[in-house]
Design a protein around this ligand. Structure first.
Ligand SMILES: Cc1ncc(C[n+]2csc(CCOP(=O)(O)OP(=O)(O)O)c2C)c(N)n1
Ligand SMILES: [Mg+2]
Length: 229
């Protein structure tokens, strides 16, 4: 949630569910204003799709023909609440209809299908064709957080999605097409493990930050003083 890199054009996760929908359109407005051909990919969940900000944002994004692709990752649950319990509209891509925005439902368990759908929407935005809503149908295997045992769903449902795992599907394609061997894939896994282990070691061996740093980079005013008792 707290990753952010202006340099890499990655504008963060957002603690306010749905807040990023308005921010994404704002970033698209900035790109359009500056005359670049950049396109914003704005990600949010099925729970976020129920927030009012979505409707105001879709309206202005269409009115101003903004270069943005709205990508709703519909994993069927907002924390532990199933989409059936939050609306009678279960196909989230249909929310685009009210704004005459193109909307598509995409099989999120198939990376190639996702790639094609996103490429099409980006091309449209880049050719000044305006926004698209993509509903990427997917699933999350774990709970929303470590305090969520996921008791609101059946084992069968979970197992069905795991059997269609997109990472396993991609591995299968890579091997089938001879793009990489088992040894090369194992070497990639090892390299990733090493990076993660080094990061954990760095975190564990680093000193705790001083309490006076708690508001550092939170407020724009560099003279803001936070007093710690
Ligand atoms: C405005 C707001 N309301 C409520 C919350 C608490 N909350 C955190 S995540 C979440 C569910 C979001 O659902 P979804 O977008 O489907 O994300 P997922 O649970 O699939 O990660 C809620 C209600 C919040 N962070 N912000
Ligand atoms: Mg969700």
């Amino acid at each position: 949630m707290h990753f952010f890199s202006k340099e890499h054009h990655f504008f963060g996760g957002h603690g306010i569910v749905g807040g990023q929908i308005g921010v994404g359109a704002g970033l698209a407005f900035a790109e359009q204003y500056r005359g670049t051909d950049n396109v914003v990919l704005c990600f949010f969940g099925d729970g976020a799709a129920r927030q009012g900000v979505l409707h105001e944002t879709f309206n202005l994004a269409m009115l101003w023909n903004l270069p943005v692709v709205f990508i709703c990752e519909n994993n069927h649950y907002a924390m532990g609440t199933s989409i059936e319990r939050t609306s009678n509209v279960l196909d989230i891509y249909k929310l685009a209809d009210g704004f005459e925005m193109p909307g598509d439902s995409v099989d999120g368990m198939n990376p190639e299908t996702v790639h094609e759908a996103v490429s099409r929407a980006v091309k449209r935005a880049r050719e000044k064709g305006g926004p698209t809503l993509l509903e990427i149908k997917t699933y999350r295997y774990k709970g929303h957080s470590i305090s969520d045992p996921g008791k609101y769903r059946t084992k069968e449902e979970l197992e069905e999605y795991k059997s269609k795992d997109p990472i396993l599907l991609t591995l299968h394609t890579i091997k089938e097409k001879g793009i990489a061997t088992d040894e090369e894939i194992a070497a990639i896994d090892k390299r990733i493990e090493d990076v993660v282990e080094a990061a954990v070691k760095f975190a564990e061996e680093s000193p705790f930050p001083d309490a006076s740093e708690v508001l550092k980079d939170v407020y724009a005013d560099p003279n803001y003083e936070f007093i710690v008792d």
